[in-house]
Design a protein around this ligand. Structure first.
Ligand code: ATP
Length: 611
């Protein structure tokens, strides 16, 4: 059984109590109205008249009121209900009244007001129960919709953190990330034998910032540290701290640290720390009081650690650049552990860890899959393995084979295949377009090998030309970038050459080509005429759009020079690609015909055309 426990108050009892009160009120209300006859206020003399004329079946005395129930005559009993005639009793008592009633054999009842008190109380409370219930449940559902934010203060306080007494995760469960493991080993040792470090008077970092893109295993690594050290793991997400009500976040921080200290040695893990630890004074609009109070409380708690308290705070973010400098000061999160996107070896190791949980066919080569998934995060690789297993299960296969993995990879990369079928004419255009990309890629010395071409629409793409790098590239040459621009323009140029018209399908290609050219000129200093200048063009502001966040740090004149240079690069590439395709028109035609007929070509089929 997992040692995971969610700490929250018992709300079920309140819900049952509320439902019980409603049921009680409704039933007593219905019970009353169901039997009740219509009441009619009349003069006392009219009641006496009715008694005398034998129209009354029973008389009830209640406090200072007389109520006479009309007798039902058999003729109209089906159509009309009798009334209860009500009148106040006169101040002067009628001495003959009782005799008169008794002599006519009319039933006499006396009612005490108290009998109905409960029913009345419940009925008068019914609307209040509804109103309070409505506010309670709507505030709860609002709370949920807002991702745990907001809780009316009168409802008391909720501790929104999770405690895992033992995570059962070790460093072996985290593939790759060797540097991070080495860095974190020291923390594990400290948590295992804090007294040893304390005796030495050594000051260990109390806060470690785990930095890396989403899905790179930061949470997993934090759990592994707790698992290796065998200490409890307190976790929560930064965004969960932020409450609609100022002060709740700070009080949660106090509770969290208090509990962690009680269970020390322990680890506190704060995911998405950037949502509270963002530099103060950024973002649009006001209302940052809550965030700042929460942040200040975290800082105060971390400053308040005494030497004997072995609590380590790990925090994860994929935006270290936006963090408030107060967070990264010595004594706080002064250590950074980087969790980067995995390189090919680590990808294979991650695939292996997750593939262990499914029956993998012998023909599957995880290293090949690792090679064909550059840029995938650990979470995406885990997802790929799961998608492959789902596909195999849907096909009722006993094992997960290479085809399942390849399909799963395309799905994770580009989305599900689309159902709709293209017309023959549109299919032809897509086949020509994709062949254009492929021919330029195949014939360019600086490009990655083309491993697959398909015109089966997936996600938002109508077709896809897959290139698999021989190795992970961390540094790109100018020749490589110029080749990339050429490959991107290849689709549009092939349409022009073979179809004689052009389509909107190239829009994304053109955007990407322009972006590369712009980066080459303004960021990478790769344009001879523009020179060795870098303007950090792509560094958009984290919360505001680039346009409104900051003015360009160059003049109008420079902006024009950049534009001119970008145009000249793209123009040169256009001519280059057109010449290349014209020279290889027959290959382009052959490839697009094959692609049109087969819809997908793998690397062997492509190789047959290009020897
Ligand atoms: P986020 O920044 O989105 O919170 P994260 O960096 O914390 O993401 P995790 O939540 O730890 O990433 O990763 C998601 C899942 O991906 C993990 O539960 C794990 O199964 C898998 N995963 C990620 N990296 C690795 C790895 N290096 N080895 C094994 N599994 C991994």
């Amino acid at each position: 059984m997992s040692a995971k426990e969610k700490i929250k108050p018992n709300k079920t009892l309140a819900l049952w109590l509320f439902l019980f009160l409603i049921a009680l009120s409704v039933s007593s209300y219905l019970g009353k109205t169901g039997q009740e006859l219509k009441e009619k206020k009349v003069a006392y003399s009219e009641i006496i008249k009715a008694i005398e004329s034998g129209q009354v079946s029973s008389v009830t005395f209640k406090e200072k009121v007389i109520m006479a129930q009309e007798r039902v005559s058999s003729a109209d009993s089906e159509n009309s209900k009798p009334f209860i005639l009500i009148s106040p009793l006169p101040q002067i008592e009628n001495p003959n009244l009782l005799n008169m009633i008794q002599s006519r054999g009319i039933e006499i009842k006396a009612k005490n007001e108290e009998n109905e008190t409960w029913t009345r109380v419940l009925i008068s409370f019914l609307p209040w129960i509804f109103i309070i219930g409505f506010f309670y449940f709507s505030s709860r559902s609002l709370n949920k919709k807002m991702g745990g934010m907001g809780r009316p203060p009168f409802m008391g306080e909720d501790k929104k953190f999770e405690l895992e007494k033992s995570t059962n995760v070790t460093f072996d469960d985290v593939a790759g990330s060797q540097n991070a493991k080495t860095d974190l080993h020291e923390i594990v040792d400290f948590l295992k034998t804090p007294e040893h470090f304390n005796e030495m008077g050594a000051q260990l970092p109390r806060g470690v910032l785990m930095v890396g893109p989403p899905g790179t295993g930061k949470t997993l690594m934090a759990k592994a540290v707790a698992g290796e050290a065998g200490v409890p793991f307190f976790s929560l997400s930064g965004s969960e701290f932020i409450e609609l009500y100022v002060g709740m976040g700070a009080s949660r921080v106090r509770k969290l640290f208090k509990e962690a200290k009680e269970k020390a040695p322990s680890i506190i893990f704060i995911d998405e720390i950037d949502s509270i630890g963002r530099s103060r004074g950024t973002g649009l609009g006001g209302g940052h009081d809550e965030r700042e109070q929460t942040l200040n409380q975290i800082l105060a708690e971390m400053d308040g650690f005494s030497t004997g308290e072995s609590v380590v705070v790990l925090a994860a973010t994929n935006r270290p650049d936006v963090l408030d400098s107060a967070l990264t000061r010595p004594g706080r999160f002064d250590r950074q552990v980087v969790m980067d996107l995995p390189m090919v070896k680590s990808r294979a190791a991650i695939l292996e860890i997750h593939a262990k949980k499914i029956p993998v066919d012998k023909n599957v080569n995880l290293e090949d899959i690792a090679k064909s998934t550059p840029g995938f995060s650990g979470a995406e690789l885990k997802n790929l393995v799961n998608e492959a297993a789902l596909l195999a299960a849907r096909e009722k296969q006993k094992t997960v084979n290479a085809h399942h993995f390849s399909e799963a990879r395309d799905k994770v990369l580009m989305g599900n295949p689309r159902d709709e079928h293209l017309s023959q004419e549109q299919k032809r255009v897509v086949a020509v377009h994709e062949s254009g990309h492929a021919v330029v890629a195949i014939l360019s010395p600086h490009s990655n090998p083309v491993t697959k071409i398909t015109i089966i629409p997936r996600g938002r793409a109508l077709g896809f030309t897959e290139q698999t790098p021989k190795e992970d590239q961390v540094n790109h040459s100018k020749s490589y970038l110029l080749t990339q621009i050429a490959i991107l323009l290849g689709g549009r140029m092939a349409e022009r050459l073979l179809i004689g018209d052009i389509t909107t399908g190239a829009q994304d290609d053109l955007k990407r080509a322009t972006k590369i050219a712009r980066n080459m000129v303004a960021n990478f200093g790769m344009s001879d005429s523009f020179g060795l200048t870098s303007y950090d063009l792509d560094n958009t502001h984290p919360f505001l759009g680039k346009e409104i966040s900051r003015p360009n740090d160059f003049s109008e004149e420079t902006a024009k020079k950049i534009d001119d240079e970008v145009h000249s690069i793209l123009k040169e590439r256009e001519t280059f690609v057109m010449n290349l395709l014209e020279e290889n028109k027959s290959k382009l035609e052959e490839l697009s015909d094959k692609l049109f007929n087969s819809e997908t070509l793998d690397k062997e089929e492509i190789a047959k055309i290009f020897n």
